[in-house]
Structure formats: structure tokens, C-alpha cells
Ligand binder design. Structure first.
Ligand code: SF4
Ligand code: SF4
Length: 101
């Protein structure tokens, strides 16, 4: 794995779409190549993990995670709003239709 030298300023964002496990990542950069919108850049030092330089641009498509050969090396972290699930309220479920508050 060759080393890369670049200077980049990570774009500030309220989201952090990817988490890497450095103990599992082998630095192969398949995730970097899989990302069609270049959210990631290769690690700058040997043994490092890719850098998420444009986190706000992530589409959460999962291509980077699916391409990774190392299980658990990279994980998607969906924004809190995308994790919402709607659950039926028991008090409404038992009432007759048309009696909603
Ligand atoms: S989830 Fe999709 S858009 Fe986001 S970094 Fe991975 S490949 Fe790129
Ligand atoms: S996260 Fe997976 S695909 Fe990306 S560099 Fe590490 S091992 Fe390779």
C-alpha cells in the first residue's frame, strides 16, 4: 500500500457518516474507490484508515461498506433523524376509527 500526500481541509458538518475500526482496516482503499462522490480520501500514512473529508456529502448508499473485504472495518452511522421508527400507540389502536383525538 503506497502512501499518499495531500493537503485538505475537512469540511465541517453536523453529521459523521462513517466509523472505522483501525484494528480491522487493512488500508486497501476499496471503500475510497467505491464512493462515487468522493467523500473519502486514502489514508496519509501506512496503517491508517481513510479520511472522511466531505461528510456532509454522503448519500448513505452503503457502497463503501459493501465493498470492504474486512468485516466490521467500516460502519455507516445514519443521522438520528433517519433512525426514527413510527410505532402505533396502544391507546389509539384500541379505539374505534374516527375517534382520534
Ligand atoms: S455511504 Fe455511499 S456516499 Fe457515503 S461515503 Fe459510502 S459510498 Fe460514499
Ligand atoms: S475500511 Fe475496508 S475497504 Fe476501506 S480501507 Fe479499510 S479495509 Fe479497505
Amino acid at each position: 500500500m503506497s502512501e499518499y500526500r495531500y493537503t485538505v481541509e475537512v469540511t465541517a458538518s453536523s453529521v459523521s457518516p462513517l466509523a472505522f475500526d483501525p484494528s480491522r482496516c487493512i488500508g486497501c482503499c476499496r471503500c475510497v474507490e467505491a464512493c462515487q462522490i468522493d467523500v473519502l480520501l486514502p489514508p496519509q500514512r501506512k496503517g491508517g484508515v481513510p479520511r472522511v473529508v466531505w461528510p456532509g456529502e454522503c448519500w448513505y448508499c452503503g457502497a463503501c461498506v459493501m465493498e470492504c473485504p474486512q468485516k466490521g472495518a467500516i460502519r455507516l452511522r445514519h443521522p438520528l433523524m433517519n433512525q426514527a421508527r413510527f410505532v402505533e400507540r396502544a391507546s389509539l389502536r384500541d379505539e374505534a376509527p374516527g375517534k382520534l383525538p
